[in-house]
Design a protein around this ligand. Structure first.
Ligand code: SF4
Length: 178
């Protein structure tokens, strides 16, 4: 079965690595996508599954100030983390988490790993942020995915990158076993 042209290797990426238009106002680093990361993955013959952006799906695109009022620059990460804990957002986050883990299970091929975005309140892996400080630990989406993966009895490596950092490609290559 599936002895066609496919590599049977896939990698799951945080949404904004492929679509900077989803990221919160003032934080996009490139016009569209982090091309070097994408090229590295494609050169390794791995298929790319773009995970949903939890902040976009739960809080909307213009989420600079989820609590209303003046656009925060300073308090954004605190507000986002708090807003993601509200019942409606938390329920949506559970749905999104379920979709990701369902896809991992249904693929049946080699899932090389999940790539998150460090410092993100939602998608951080090595670091996240709260109270406007970068802290060690997982973002809320990654934490939910990790718990669901464990509950499903799966083992999937999860790494975090800062997409423009010098070590980002090296980290991705390690996941690709290159
Ligand atoms: S890091 Fe996660 S929550 Fe933030 S923009 Fe990217 S995909 Fe969305």
């Amino acid at each position: 079965m599936f002895t066609d042209g496919r590599s049977r290797r896939v990698i799951f990426l945080a949404h904004c690595l492929l679509n900077q238009n989803a990221i919160s106002d003032g934080t996009a680093e490139v016009p569209a996508a982090h091309r070097k990361i994408l090229r590295t993955i494609l050169d390794a013959q791995a298929g790319v599954v773009q995970m949903p952006c939890p902040e976009l799906c739960c809080l909307g695109l213009d989420r600079g100030d989820p609590e209303g009022g003046e656009r925060p620059v300073v308090a954004e990460n605190t507000r986002i983390r708090r807003a993601m804990g509200r019942p409606e957002a938390a329920a949506r986050l559970r749905e999104l988490t379920g979709q990701v883990v369902w896809q991992i299970q249904k693929h049946g091929f080699t899932v090389l790993g999940i790539v998150g975005v460090d410092r993100s309140p939602c998608c951080g892996v090595n670091t996240t942020s709260d109270q406007d400080r970068e802290l060690p630990g997982w973002g809320v989406f990654i934490a939910a995915i990790q718990a669901a993966i464990k509950a499903a009895g799966l083992t999937v490596p999860v790494i975090g990158v800062k997409p423009s950092a010098p070590d980002a490609l090296e980290r991705v290559r390690a996941l690709l076993d290159m």
